[in-house]
Design a protein around this ligand. Structure first.
Ligand SMILES: [Zn+2]
Length: 375
C-alpha cells in the first residue's frame, strides 16, 4: 500500500511540475498587425493594381489569423485592424502591451526606387548602421508624420534624424533573442518553402518592434515596386503561401517554446558543460581580466551541435534561457570584424560581434572603452 502511495505522489509531483514548466512558455495571445491603413496607403506599388501595401498587408494578416485560429482555437488572436482603418503606431503598440500579448507580428510590403529590388526580410528591434536598415526604418516609421500631434505622441522621435534614431534604439534588449528566433523561422519558411529571395533577419530601429514589451517582428513580404513580386503578392495563391509560411514559423516557434524537451535540453546542457570533452563545448578559463570579442552566429532554445566554421570551433553560452553560439575569441574589435566577415561568407548572414569581460557579457561600446583605458 505504501508503495502505491509513493508512486502516486511521484506521479502527482511529476504532472504538476510539468504543468508549471509548460505554462510559463505557453503562447496564449498573439497580436497581428496589418501595416498602414486608412489614409496611409503604405507603398503604392507599380500602379498596375488598385491594391497598395495596406491592402496586401491586411489580406495576408487576415489569412494568417484564420490559419492560426483553425489550428489553435485556444490562442487569442488580436488584430490592430481588421478593416481599412488608421490606427497610429502608438495605438498598435499600446494594444499589444495592454493585452499582455506573447508575440507581436507586423506585416508589411517593401518598396524601392529601382524595380529590380526584390526579396523578403524580417526586422527585429535594434540598431545597425546600414543604408538598407535606415531605408526600411524611415519607410516604416515615417507614418507618424500623418498624425496631428506626432511630436508630443512620440517624445520628439524623428524618423529622419539619425541622432533621434540612435537615442531611441539604445534601450532594453529583453526580448531580442526570442524575436530573432521567430524572425529566423519566418525567413527560413519564405526561402525554403515559398522560394522567395532571402534578404535576411535585420536589427532595425523601428517604432513598433521597439515599443512592444514582448517578442516582436516586422515582416516585409516582398517588393511591390518589383512587377513580378507585386503580381505574386496580389494573387490569391501568393497571399496564401506567404500567410502559410508565417503560420508554420509561428507553429514551430510555439512548439519549440512549449515542448517539454525544451526543459530537458536545459538540464542536459549542464551535463554537457561539465562532462563533455568535445572541443565544441569546452569552456576556456580566463585567468587574466581582459576583454574578448566573439562573433555570435546563431541562437536556439534547444542545444544543438553546430559544425565548425572554417577553422573556428563553435562555442556556446547560455543567456536568458537561450543557447547562443559564437565563433572566434579575439582581443580587439578589428580582428572580430574579420571573424564576422568569415561567418557571413559561410552562410551566417546575421552574425554579429559580442564582447565579454571574463565570462560576463558587456556592450561593445563598454568593451572598446575598457580597452582604451588599458592602453
Ligand atoms: Zn510598411
Amino acid at each position: 500500500m505504501k508503495r502505491y502511495n509513493f508512486i502516486f505522489l511521484v506521479l502527482i509531483f511529476f504532472v504538476n511540475n510539468t504543468n508549471i514548466l509548460a505554462q510559463n512558455n505557453v503562447i496564449k495571445k498573439i497580436v497581428l498587425d496589418a501595416g498602414h491603413g486608412g489614409k496611409d496607403p503604405g507603398a503604392l506599388g507599380t500602379g498596375r493594381y488598385s491594391k497598395t501595401e495596406k491592402d496586401i498587408s491586411l489580406d495576408v494578416t487576415l489569412k494568417l489569423g484564420k490559419y492560426l485560429n483553425a489550428e489553435f482555437p485556444e490562442i487569442n488572436i488580436i488584430y490592430t485592424r481588421k478593416k481599412d482603418t488608421f490606427p497610429t503606431l502608438k495605438d498598435r503598440t499600446n494594444l499589444a502591451n495592454e493585452s499582455n500579448a506573447d508575440l507581436f507580428i507586423s506585416i508589411h510590403c517593401d518598396s524601392f526606387t529601382k524595380s529590380s529590388a526584390k526579396g523578403t526580410s524580417s526586422h527585429v528591434m535594434g540598431l545597425r548602421y546600414t543604408q538598407e536598415n535606415l531605408r526600411v526604418a524611415q519607410k516604416e516609421n515615417s507614418v507618424i508624420y500623418l498624425e496631428d500631434n506626432y511630436e508630443e505622441n512620440y517624445d520628439g522621435f524623428d524618423p529622419y534624424s539619425p541622432e533621434s534614431i540612435i537615442a531611441f534604439s539604445l534601450s532594453q534588449t529583453t526580448f531580442l533573442d526570442q524575436s530573432i528566433l521567430i524572425a529566423q523561422k519566418i525567413q527560413e519558411q519564405f526561402r525554403d518553402r515559398v522560394k522567395r529571395t532571402d534578404r535576411g533577419v535585420k536589427q532595425t530601429p523601428l517604432w513598433v518592434t521597439r515599443a512592444t514589451n514582448m517578442p516582436s517582428v516586422l515582416v516585409e513580404l516582398g517588393f511591390i515596386s518589383n512587377p513580378s513580386e507585386e503580381d505574386f503578392l496580389n494573387s490569391e495563391i501568393g497571399q496564401s503561401y506567404m500567410a502559410s509560411a508565417i503560420f508554420r514559423a509561428i507553429k514551430s516557434y510555439k512548439n519549440e517554446l512549449e515542448t517539454s524537451n525544451y526543459n530537458l535540453a536545459i538540464d542536459n546542457s549542464e551535463k554537457i558543460d561539465k562532462n563533455d570533452s568535445s572541443k565544441l563545448y569546452t569552456k576556456k578559463e580566463t585567468t587574466q581580466k581582459d576583454v574578448i570579442f566573439k562573433v555570435q552566429i546563431k541562437t536556439s532554445l534547444k542545444i544543438k551541435m553546430i559544425e565548425p566554421v572554417m577553422n573556428y570551433n563553435v562555442d556556446v553560452f547560455k543567456e536568458n534561457n537561450l543557447f547562443k553560439y559564437t565563433i572566434g575569441s579575439v582581443s580587439n574589435i578589428e580582428m572580430a570584424r574579420e571573424v564576422q566577415k568569415i561567418a557571413v561568407s559561410n552562410g551566417y548572414k546575421d552574425a554579429f560581434i559580442v564582447a565579454f569581460i571574463n565570462k560576463n557579457k558587456i556592450s561593445i561600446s563598454d568593451a572598446i572603452n575598457y580597452k582604451k583605458q588599458l592602453q
